[in-house]
Design a protein around this ligand. Structure first.
Ligand code: BGC
Length: 782
């Protein structure tokens, strides 16, 4: 925000319902619009301000005077829109976030009644399920809590692309691939909205780092924008038509996304057919009037200077009444759909028990088994387990910032294993309990909203009496945890890589346990990618548990015990080293003016250039032949699968083509398999990546020997690339290779078909052009 001065005058108090005045829902929107005063219209497009704990006074710009005195319907919710009671327009309540309803659990001094919400697993985990039906089920449960707590719009899902493993909010996002992100988001939105509440897909768009996020200018080519950074949003809009979209903080090619008419109107509404409302991210952008003109209808959380600026622009003619009416209309359309408007009687008592069961199932079915030498897992029943690592006792359920959830409890792995009938080494458990108590006592009592959760250092392995412990236990389980969150990106050292203490712990536990022929299992409890190549050979099994939500320990035990056969696969690549990530040294961007004013929240002017273009994630690793530690789409099972012959419906694309393949469980226990369909497209006018994911499917639970045929449909639109020169999506003529695999590298079957003549799928307009030409890496130059 440009100005933050304290308001001088108070907003007019809401008038009582006026007799004879048109009422929303009864009168037409036109009549309601005609009855609204200009001041009321401006109120409707500016939210009611934000007064969170943890921000020093004056750090956040003030809302309209007096709004902070109006009691919140749902304390701790992130935002509210204004009411106009005389016309029957209620205020709406908006709440975070992607892993659970984020509201205050205790209201005022009364702690007898609590308002805990379920902490579901984070988005990175959900995407690893590759199971849209499961994600839909999570959405249905989650949305019931949104409804039961009296909230109108959930500020989720987050669906930015994992461009770089250090992105601080990657845990809130699904994947490095837009097809996965788009379909996961759509399933989630449809699940949430089936409860009669709204969602806000965010952050639209190119919000791939936290670094100076409110003043960052990202330079991206139109092709990379269209094919990578916007594509997932396009899929989500077309398949789920969410009630709202949240624009992002950053600029793209010189313009704040919230002020970009190209992005919010020409592309989102006119090209994609989005019918809902666009809101800003909290305090996002700079120019309130430009935001309204761009098609950003609601300014959140709402700042008094915005109210003044819009009123001024109305007076001067810089903003037309017709434009404001268009924005207000979309606010009113949202209000009309909302549970508050419909008079929904909410209980504030969601079905926490049932929802916890959904959270546990989703977590267990999405964890990724990365390594399992000589059948180290599953653990036989009743084993004595030596549990190492802080995170074994102190689960990291989710990330921090607006993606955090105030939950009633968190099940640790220690608790989960105990409930599953395993015995933990008591001396070790006591040692860790003491260590965690000591370390936690040193932490600050409260944390601000954007302060990352401090990581508690691991105990020195020497203190653990390893030889003796190894003798007494059947197996070692070491859990390593990572936390990240809004407001900052991760670090390469001691975050992407393991700390020296963690490395020592793994090494010494492995030495002590292997000396006695006992296995070492590592569980990784993280929201983002970590380095694995340097240490994985020391251990027998690795389970990537992600940040699995409040039921995490139970879900981990479900997988470790074999109660749930792991069926998750990576929706984001684990590179061997950070330097393998293209342009990693340039991430997250550079400061343009270190001397510029701006506090830590607002940041300073910065920029970054997406030189890798479309070569993000596996598109880069496969095209440039860089071998990752664990590739996109990878994940093991306790059973094995065989693939039958890949059959295409025709040798030539005629409108569409279907591919089918039979998957058989060839192992000894029941399991589910995720099959992925990649396409290698012919080089026409444009270079193409080696492979691009076009479709995916997960089998049901197959008993040993059981088969299922999976069918995928491709159209020219799925095959098209974006040609900037002709401003069109084109499926080039030539030979297309379809590859179906268990991962992006484990291709099982391939077949080809022809596109006899190039198909122009869609003509566009020149949009979002970079300010200056961007030199991108090219596949031709590899
Ligand atoms: C975050 C959004 C969030 C909003 C409201 C912002 O800081 O970027 O994701 O929805 O706050 O809490």
């Amino acid at each position: 925000m440009a100005q933050t001065k304290t308001p001088a005058t108070a907003t007019a108090p809401a008038k009582a319902p006026a007799k004879g005045a048109p009422q929303l829902g009864k009168a037409s929107l036109k009549e309601v619009l005609a009855a609204l005063t200009p001041e009321e219209k401006v109120q409707l497009v500016v939210g009611m301000g934000f007064y969170p704990a943890g921000f020093p006074p004056g750090m956040l710009p003030a809302g309209n005077p007096g709004d902070d005195k109006i009691p919140e319907k749902v304390p701790g919710a992130a935002g509210r829109s204004h009411a106009v009671p005389r016309l029957g327009i209620p205020l709406l309540t908006l709440s975070d976030g992607p892993a659970g309803v984020r509201i205050d659990a205790i209201r005022g001094k009364d702690s007898t009644k609590t308002y805990y919400a379920t902490a579901f697993p984070v988005a990175t985990l959900l995407a690893s399920s590759w199971d849209t039906a499961l994600v839909h089920k999570v959405g249905v449960a989650f949305g019931s809590e949104v409804r039961d707590f009296g909230i109108d719009v959930l500020l989720a899902p987050g669906m930015n692309i994992h461009r770089n493993p250090l992105g601080g909010r990657n845990f809130e996002y699904y994947s490095e691939d837009p097809v996965v992100a788009g379909h996961m988001a759509a399933a989630f939105v449809n699940g949430i909205e089936s409860n009669g509440v709204g969602t806000s897909i965010k952050h639209f768009a190119v919000n791939n780092q936290e670094f100076n996020r409110m003043q960052l200018n990202s330079h991206v080519s139109e092709r990379a924008l269209r094919e990578i950074y916007l594509r997932g949003f396009q899929i989500a809009v077309k398949t789920s038509q969410p009630w709202t979209v949240m624009s992002s903080y950053n600029k793209v090619n010189g313009t704040y996304t919230s002020e970009s008419h190209d992005l919010l109107t020409t592309l989102l509404r006119q090209e994609w057919g989005f019918k809902g409302l666009v809101m800003t991210d909290w305090y996002g952008g700079h120019d309130a009037v430009a935001q309204l003109k761009a098609g950003n209808d609601l300014l959140m959380p709402g700042v008094y200077t915005q109210t003044q600026a819009i009123l001024g622009a109305l007076k001067s003619g810089a903003l037309t009444p017709a434009q404001l009416d268009a924005n207000v209309t979309r606010v009113l359309e949202l209000v009309l759909k909302s549970p508050t408007f419909k008079g929904h009687k909410y209980t504030s008592q969601p079905a926490l028990k049932a929802d916890a069961a959904v959270a546990r199932q989703a977590a267990a079915e999405s964890m990724v088994l990365l390594r399992n030498e000589a059948g180290a897992l599953p653990l036989a029943a009743g084993r004595k387990v030596a549990l190492f690592g802080n995170a074994s006792y102190n689960l990291i359920a989710g990330g921090t910032g607006s993606g955090d959830v105030n939950r009633a409890y968190t099940v640790s792995l220690a608790q989960g294993l105990a409930s599953a009938g395993y015995t933990a080494d008591a001396r070790l458990s006591q040692g860790y309990a003491q260590h965690l108590r000591n370390e936690k006592a040193k932490l600050p009592k409260t944390r601000g909203l954007l302060d990352p959760a401090p990581v508690i250092p691991e105990m020195a392995a020497e203190a653990l009496g390893l030889a003796q412990t190894a003798q007494a236990a059947d197996v070692a389980v070491v859990t390593l945890g990572r936390s990240a969150g809004e407001g900052g990106d991760r670090q390469e050292t001691d975050d992407f890589t393991l700390t020296a203490a963690e490395q020592a712990l793994l090494k010494q536990v492995a030495t002590a346990f292997h000396a006695q022929n006992k296995k070492v299992i590592v569980v990784i409890n993280t929201g983002g990618v970590v380095e694995m190549a340097s240490w994985r050979n020391q251990v027998d099994a690795i389970l990537l548990a992600w940040q699995p939500g409040q039921e995490g320990g139970n879900a981990m035990a479900d997988v470790l015990s074999g109660k749930t056969n792991p069926s998750g696969k990576l929706a984001t690549t684990f590179p061997v080293a950070y330097k393998d990530v293209p342009y990693s040294t340039d991430y997250p961007g550079k400061l343009l003016d270190a001397s510029a004013g701006g506090n830590s929240f607002m940041g300073k002017p910065s920029e970054n250039t997406y030189q890798e273009g479309i070569y993000v994630g596996y598109r880069y690793y496969s095209t440039f032949k860089v071998k990752p530690a664990y590739e996109f789409g990878y994940g093991l099972s306790y059973t094995t699968f065989t693939y039958g012959k890949l059959k295409l419906s025709a040798p030539t694309l005629a409108g569409k083509i279907t591919a089918s393949i039979q998957v058989t469980n060839s192992g000894k226990v029941a399991g589910k398999e995720v099959a992925q369909l990649y396409v290698h497209a012919p080089t026409g006018a444009l270079a193409k990546p080696e492979i691009e994911l076009k479709a995916f499917a997960k089998t049901g639970l197959l008993a040993p020997g059981q088969s299922q045929t999976l069918t995928f449909t491709l159209t020219a639109a799925d095959l098209a690339s974006y040609n900037t020169a002709t401003e069109s999506w084109v499926a080039d003529a030539g030979t297309y290779t379809v590859r179906v695999g268990a991962s992006s590298l484990a291709i099982k079957e391939a077949a080809t078909f022809q596109v006899p003549q190039a198909v122009t799928v869609e003509k566009s307009r020149k949009l979002l052009a970079p300010q200056a030409p961007i030199t991108e890496m090219s596949a031709a130059a590899k």
